[in-house]
Design a protein around this ligand. Structure first.
Ligand SMILES: [Zn+2]
Ligand SMILES: [Zn+2]
Ligand SMILES: [Zn+2]
Length: 154
């Protein structure tokens, strides 16, 4: 994951003004192991910067994501952000639903997608959700019941 300095350097090298707020955001993300919702970030920032609006916070998250220092994942309960992986190249993620540990994967299914001609692809997402080794034992029961069911018909 990117460090506070790496996030700040990338933002400034791409022409973003490094305000005190953006420094705080960089530090917050570099030091957070899991994902943060825009609300988490807003509440954290509100402790230091009173009168800060949710829109301002959200706009900063957007800008940071567009610059590639934050990665965004849409979970079932909404969109969340974390500092980008140190992985430079295009990659996707495997994400543990319990501890939110994220593993970069270099496989990209886009090369296998037979997009219709004339369809101009601007973005694509591919995320795999599951349980890491440490969390697997606490995971909900496997889909074994569905398997049993199909056998039960005979
Ligand atoms: Zn990543
Ligand atoms: Zn886990
Ligand atoms: Zn891809």
């Amino acid at each position: 994951m990117l460090s506070t300095e790496q996030i700040i350097n990338t933002m400034s090298s791409q022409g973003l003004r490094i305000t005190d707020q953006r420094k705080t955001l960089a530090r917050l993300f570099a030091e957070s192991p899991g994902y943060l919702t825009p609300k988490d970030v807003y509440e954290y920032m509100g402790k230091t910067y009173s009168g800060l609006s949710f829109d301002t916070v959200y706009r900063n998250l957007r800008v940071m994501q567009e610059l590639g220092v934050l990665e965004q994942v849409v979970f079932e309960d909404g969109v969340k952000f974390r500092a980008s992986c140190s992985e430079d190249h295009h990659h996707h993620h495997m994400i543990c639903l319990k501890c939110q540990k994220t593993y970069p994967i270099v496989f990209c299914p886009m090369q296998l997608a037979d997009a219709p001609e004339q369809f101009q692809v601007v973005d694509h997402k591919f995320e795999v959700f599951g349980y890491c080794k440490d969390c697997a034992e606490h995971a909900p029961a496997k889909v074994a019941s569905g398997h049993q069911h199909s056998h039960g018909k005979h």
